[in-house]
Design a protein around this ligand. Sequence first.
Ligand code: TDX
Length: 340
Amino acid sequence: MRLLVTGAAGFIGSHFVRHALAQPGVESIVVLDALRYSGNLSTMSDFRDQVIFVHGEIQDADLVGKALRDHGTTHLVNFAAESHNDRSLLSNSHFVQTNTFGVQVLLDETRKNGLERMLQVSTDEVYGSIDDGEFTEESPLQPNTPYSASKAGGELLCRAHWVSFRTPVVVTRGGNTYGAFHYPEKLIPFFLVRLLQGKKVPLYGEGSQVREWINVRDHAAGVWAVLTKGENGQVYNVGDTNERPNREVVSFLLAELGLDDSLVKCIPDPRKGAHDTRYSMATSKVRSLGWEPQVPFDEGLRQTVHWFRDNEAWWRPIVEDADYKSFVEGFYGPSLGDDL
Ligand code: TDX
C-alpha cells in the first residue's frame, strides 16, 4: 500500500500516520498538508523523516494529482479539515472550501488516477443532536452548524461519486476525539493549556451538554480498520461509549491537576441555538471489522493531562501566536484576557 494522507500535520491525521507506520505492507506515506493554523510541522517531528511531505491545499487539483502520480499512490485518506464549530460561527467560507469543495477535488483525483481507495474522515456532528438513543449509519443527516454542514456536504459528495462513478470511497464518522497533539481550541486541550497557565476556563452555560469521547489512538486504529477492511460506498461510525457531560470532563481535568472549581467560569452559551445537546453513536458496524476501542476513558484522559503538562514546548508557541490570541480574544471577548 502506498498512502497519501492529507492533514497529517494536524491532530488525528498525525496519529493515523503513527499507526500506519507500524503496519505491515505500508510501502510509503506521503503527507499533504496546507499548514494552516492548526497544522504544525512540530506535530510531525517524531515521524517527519519517515514520510514524504508535500505542502499544499486539497483544493489544488493539479498539486493533488501530481502528488498522487509522483508517488504511485494506491490509497488516499483525507483528514484535512476546518474543524472548529466556534470558528465556523465567526466566518465559514473556508469551511465550505476545505470540507466540501476540497473533498470533491480529492474524489475527482482518486477516480482520474485510478486509486484503489479513498477514505473520507467525517464526524458524528453531521447527524445533529440526539436526546435519547444513538445514531446509526442510517440516521438522517441534520447538521446544525456551518462546520458540520460543510462536513455533511463532503460526505454527500462521496456518496454521489460512489453511485455515479463507482469511485472507491468509504467514510468514517468519528466521535469527539481527545489526546496528545490536540490543537488548543477544543474543550479538552483549550482548558488544559489555560489551567496549566493558571488561567480561568470558559464553560458554556452550565456544562450540561453530553459528548461521546474516543481516544485519538483508538480513532486512528478505527480509520485504519475501515481503510483496510471496509466496503466501498459505506459509512462507518467510529466512536467509544464514553458519554460525559462537559462539566464532568472539566472536573476530571481540575482534579488531575490538583486545582479547584474557582478556575471555572460559566459563561452565556456563545453557540446559542446551534449548541448540540448530546452525541451518541452505535458502533456495531465498525466493530464487525474486528476493531474495538482499547483505551479506557479515565486512563486516556489522565495520559492526556500528563502529556500537556510535559509538553509545554509543543503548545507554548501556539498559544503565543498572534492569530491564536486574536481568535481567543475575538470569540470570547477581551475580558477573557488572563483572568476571564
Ligand atoms: O471553551 C469552550 N467551552 C465549552 O464549554 C469550548 C471550546 C467548548 N465548550 C463545550 C462545547 C461543547 O459542548 O465543550 C463541548 C465540546 O466542544 P468542542 O471541543 O469544541 O467540540 P464539539 O463542538 O463537540 O465538536 C467536536 O466533535 C466533533 C470537534 O470539535 C469536531 O471537530 C468534531 O467533528
